[in-house]
Design a protein around this ligand. Structure first.
Ligand code: CYC
Length: 169
């Protein structure tokens, strides 16, 4: 698992370079957004249950066929599994926000996920929609917590949806 700093150091160490102008610029930007990243993680932590619940309700309102007979989230067990997955995405997104790096998502969440979903018939499109709904809710919560520029919140959510949406080549 890597964060923004260990990732940068690794890249420079590989080629035996000192930290140059580019490195210093990216370190600066990481530290400048540091407080906001921690505030975002705190806002997610304080509201995680309601974020997942609200995102789930909105998803099933938009796509009611998911929870009807034949839908992948139909039956209490699968409904619960779906919300649990949303909770995983949210929790790992909060880690990635603090790390300033999406590597934790690749290693802990995304590896093998598409294959698992495909074999269980979990639909990717609606999952992507669920993650995007959570992103919007989280951005509202982070803004409400006093963070002015919430653009950095997009990164982990967009990373997960991009990875899930990728077609096999
Ligand atoms: C921390 C990393 C991690 C992830 C991401 C993860 C996902 C994950 N989701 C699963 C199932 C599932 N995932 C869903 C999710 C959904 N169905 C829908 O229609 C919706 C679109 C969507 C919710 C948004 C459902 C319904 C199942 C159960 C499928 C089944 O057993 O038939 C399974 C199969 C095993 C199980 O049921 O627990 C895994 C491994 N597990 C992990 O350890």
């Amino acid at each position: 698992m890597r964060d923004a700093i260990t990732n940068l150091i690794k890249n420079y160490d590989v080629s035996g370079r000192y930290l140059d102008r580019n490195a210093v610029d990216s370190l600066k930007s990481y530290f400048q957004t540091g407080t906001a990243r921690v505030q975002a993680a705190a806002a997610i932590n304080a509201n995680s249950a309601s974020i997942v619940k609200q995102a789930g309700s909105q998803l099933f309102e938009e796509l009611p066929e998911l929870i009807r007979p034949g839908g992948n989230a139909y039956t209490t067990r699968r409904y619960a599994a779906c919300l649990r997955d949303m909770d995983y995405y949210l929790r790992y997104a909060s880690y990635a926000l603090v790390a300033g790096d999406t590597n934790v998502l690749d290693e802990r969440v995304l590896q093998g996920l598409r294959e698992t979903y495909n074999s269980l018939g979990v639909p990717i499109g609606p999952t992507v929609r669920g993650i995007q709904i959570m992103k919007d809710i989280v951005k509202q919560q982070v803004a409400a917590a006093g963070v002015e520029n919430t653009g950095f919140v997009d990164q982990p959510f967009d990373h997960m949806t991009r990875d899930l949406s990728e077609q096999d080549v």
